[in-house]
Write a protein that binds this ligand. Sequence first.
Ligand SMILES: Nc1ncnc2c1ncn2[C@@H]1O[C@H](COP(=O)(O)OP(=O)(O)OP(=O)(O)O)[C@@H](O)[C@H]1O
Ligand SMILES: [Mg+2]
Length: 438
Amino acid sequence: MPRLLVVEDDSSVRSTIATFLELEGYSVDAVASTREALERLGAASYPIVVSDIYLDDRTGLDVLAAARRGNPSCAVILMSARGSIETVMAATQGGAFDYLAKPFDLDDMLAAIQRAEASRLDPADADSSIDDLPSTSMIGSSAGMVDVYKTVSRVAPTDATVLIEGETGTGKEIVARMIHSNSARSSQPFVPVDCASIAPALLESELFGALKGAYTGADRDRPGVLESANNGTVFLDEIGDIELNFQLRLLRFLQEREVRPLGSTRGRKVNVRILAATNRDVQKMVQDGKFREDLWFRLNVVRVQLPPLRERHGDVPLLAHHFLRLYNDRYRQETRLAVSGLKALEDYSWPGNVRQLQHLMERLVLLAPQGRIDENAVQDGIHMTSPRDDPGDTLAGAEADQIRKVLAATGGNKSRAARILGIERKTLYRKLERMDLD
Ligand SMILES: Nc1ncnc2c1ncn2[C@@H]1O[C@H](COP(=O)(O)OP(=O)(O)OP(=O)(O)O)[C@@H](O)[C@H]1O
Ligand SMILES: [Mg+2]
């Protein structure tokens, strides 16, 4: 059992903590002032320090700094009855392992100490690294991805219509952008249209435009996307979601390359390249009579099929390190990925594909204990994103902590924080309200 240093000026709290921890089998050095604490830290190295924040002329933050200076892997648990966003922020930035609001259950403190012990460096679990991490936007060198690159490089310079298929999060939109940026149209607009999120009734005017008075609320002529993207590329995302009668309209356009705005009798020629994407099995939809076969042939001049991540596990290390670097830079962190963490990432099945891996890495860069992503951190992270019911009481504290850390890192941006935490924005609002009540 490691030897702990406890720093607490209130003598009854100090002896309660010391006695409790000794009964749990730890050896404890308990001191009452920052001066004594700094002396002890100068004389010996402690793996775990538990310190009050408001002590005397100096604070627990000074103890934190001294402890981490003497032993960078020291886990410091701070506690305070007067916590505020400022002190929590200073503690987090100073590398505190955890933060306990007083009064707390001794069992909660024990749990924090046990977590600190569990996360102490396993000498056999080194940091993983990768030589020559590519700096391109599309990562992956598995056979399946190389096939994609081959097709993309051959088809990009042409004006051919391309249908990009793949499960959610496999990178369909990046492929569309790559095709555009490697074509002669690259200096012209690239306009994505999410066919699934636009109401069917509005999709027609969105794409083809509408003249003033064509429908209630059309107070002026509005050009459609196909016209404003003239000479560029239009990316029709979620093409499998459009209604049958609109499919016919789209087919006409692909045949004639003319747009006729709503309310107009005359068509205008436009020169746009169409790229389309879907995560549905359109071929099956054709068989079931839900997608027009003639439109399917028109769109399907060239087909790019993005393999799911579980079929290219070999790309996980590259992707993981790519996102590690991305988010370390963005959030000014120095989080490392342990060999055991990488192994856990490789073993997972990734139903949400690259997007899920990306979000998990973003979260772990910010939240991994001691700035190190090991197997436990990965498992906890995956667990957090998988759908589950509201956490029980024991989880609530840890969760509130994570929410605070993520909000601090995102400068209070709630949408971003919700995304990193893997919850919906309205869920985050609800949790924040509840935290306020506590
Ligand atoms: N090979 C890759 N290399 C780097 N980043 C990737 C790769 N594939 C996907 N991503 C990233 O994953 C996220 C999801 O990718 P994208 O939006 O292209 O997926 P999608 O296939 O369009 O998914 P959906 O069907 O849900 O719209 C993006 O942030 C993208 O940058
Ligand atoms: Mg997409």
